[in-house]
Ligand binder design. Structure first.
Ligand code: NAI
Ligand code: MG
Length: 499
């Protein structure tokens, strides 16, 4: 890691100087009533970035109360155009502060700066999309078949207080993907960031405040899942929960949602298949299949971590995959030459190395990687070498469980019917990738694969207008698009009996 190319000058309103930060409730920066703190470290260097309040039930109570008050205050009376203006103002401020936001994410959770920067259009595009939606929400007048003159129509109302709980792997996008639709529809939000990467969500709260979001509309309570998270999920005055994270915690959220009968949408884990047919454009498929797993060091819900390669090209494909993997630069993501950053924590590192050991023990062949990087500049961070296993079988742990690390499990196959059956043989259903030049087969797989997003001859294709979410144990509800907006609205039917 040469220090000359480290990005310079990062001015951050959430200065990463090791001091205590506060959280944002009812338009004010406050400490937690628990008096406890959580430290936040840079996973690439171990550097202490700061402390955030370890929020508890009492803090969640205050934030939810503020969010409820805000619903019946001036925010609740704003017109669609006013909410649109606020969203556009937030988008503008994101443009202005994008470097600061990117650098904050990179230092707090490790994704290389070139990648956090590159998310600019996606995130700002989300804000602009939701701004457009704000003025396009409407009910309908529906003809009914009752006798005489009876009118029926629907109106859409904000669902109310939204409890949003997010993981560490994409703090900025996850925050906006949950707060944006709330602002568009007139809801209010209590956001609980991950204890592993809480700093950018605080910066986002500051920017929203500057943009004129009224007090209580967006609250950010930092804290652990077992305390702040559980209190938010189980709070009777929260109307809707939006969650991204592990399937196991998603199941906790469903249980907690029974209190108050909350709406729930869940974006959970995955073990997505990436299927390469022999007729694929390999120049395109090799790097995309590799980065479908290595991006964000594998800590991405849609990681295409089960790589099915048609037998006739398997040897060639894996050789090229190994060559591609061997030239990737792993290191501190503030170095602009780095493509793969650290993983979030030593706990995650242990989990990944456990999976790598299980692959070896169960008889898969390690083609490259398989080790933690611990020497020299890697010593203080959580680094794993990009790893490819070949000769993986469907029943191996590395072919079944979400690893959330830069580990590719490669399998062979002989025909479309077989690979469809095997690809679908998983409890998950978040995404699937297919590379083929045969349009008929592309359609066949697009229809047959059981997942919320099917990427054909590409991967990681996301847009704020297009719904994203899971089948099966990968969750329910959608983010993106008008389907997501529906989840933030109540439909009320109004009848007028004119007889
Ligand atoms: P997690 O699902 O436990 O954490 C996600 C969020 O939920 C965090 O904000 C956490 O504080 C909160 N949380 C935890 N327990 C909660 C509870 N009982 N009630 C309410 N909120 C709660 O995931 P974690 O522990 O960070 O990572 C563990 C594994 O989960 C990863 O190794 C990965 O396999 C998987 N994961 C998958 C993600 C995906 O996008 N598919 C995202 C994050 C984790
Ligand atoms: Mg956890």
């Amino acid at each position: 890691m040469s220090s000359q190319v480290l990005s310079t000058k990062v001015e951050c309103r959430v200065p990463l100087d090791g001091r205590r930060r506060q959280m944002f409730i009812d338009g004010k920066w406050v400490d937690s009533l628990t008096g406890a703190w959580i430290e936040s470290r840079n996973p690439a260097t171990g550097q202490l970035l700061g402390f955030v309040p370890s929020g508890g039930k009492e803090d969640i109570d205050l934030a939810v109360a503020a969010a409820r008050r805000a619903l019946s205050g001036p925010w609740g009376r704003l017109k669609p155009f006013d909410r649109q203006k606020i969203l556009l103002r937030i988008a503008e401020l994101f443009e202005m502060h994008w470097e600061e936001i990117s650098a904050c994410d990179t230092q707090d959770m490790g994704l290389p700066i070139t990648r956090t920067r590159a998310n600019r259009q996606r995130v700002i595009g989300m804000l602009q999309y939701y701004a457009g939606v704000a003025t396009n929400i409407s009910g309908t007048t529906i003809p009914n078949s009752l006798p005489g003159d009876v009118m029926s129509m629907t109106v859409k109302e904000p669902v109310g207080v939204v409890g949003a709980i997010i993981p560490w792997n994409a703090p900025t996008a996850a925050s906006i993907w949950k707060i944006g639709p709330a602002l568009a529809t007139g809801c209010t939000v209590v956001l609980k960031p991950s204890e592993e990467a809480p700093l950018t969500p605080l910066l986002i709260a500051d920017i929203m405040n500057e943009a004129g979001v009224p007090p209580g509309v967006v609250n950010v309570v930092t804290g652990y899942g077992s305390s702040a998270g559980a209190a938010l999920a189980g709070h009777p005055a929260v109307n809707k929960l939006v969650f991204t994270g592990s399937t196991q915690t998603g199941q906790e959220i469903i249980r907690a949602s029974a209190t108050g009968v909350k709406r729930v949408s869940l974006e959970l884990g995955g073990k997505s298949p990436m299927i390469i047919f022999a007729d694929a454009d390999l120049d395109k498929a090799v790097p995309i299949a590799a980065m479908a797993v290595y991006a964000n060091s594998g800590q991405i819900c849609i990681a295409g971590s089960r790589l099915f390669v048609e037998d006739s090209i398997r040897t060639e494909f894996l050789e090229r995959l190994v060559a591609f993997s061997s030239q990737l630069k792993v290191g501190n993501g503030m170095d602009e030459a780095v493509q793969i950053g650290p993983v979030i924590s030593s706990r995650q590192l242990d989990k990944i190395s456990g999976y790598i050991n299980s692959g070896v023990d169960q008889g898969a062949s390690l083609l490259i990687g398989g080790s933690l990087l611990v020497e020299g500049a890697y010593a203080e961070g959580n680094f794993v070498a990009p790893t490819v296993f070949a000769n993986v079988t469907d029943d191996m742990t590395i072919a079944r469980e979400e690893i959330f690390g830069p580990v590719i499990s490669a399998l062979g196959f002989t025909d479309a019917g077989e690979v469809i059956r095997r690809a679908n043989d998983t409890p998950y259903g978040l995404a699937a990738g297919v590379f083929t030049r045969d349009i008929k087969r592309a359609h066949q797989l697009g229809n047959a694969l059981q997942a919320g997003s099917i990427f054909i001859n590409g991967y990681h294709l996301l847009d704020p207008a297009v719904p994203f979410g899971g089948y099966k144990s990968s969750g329910y509800g959608r983010e993106g698009g008008l389907e997501q907006i529906e989840g933030y609205l109540n439909t009320k039917s109004i009848w007028i009996d004119n007889n």
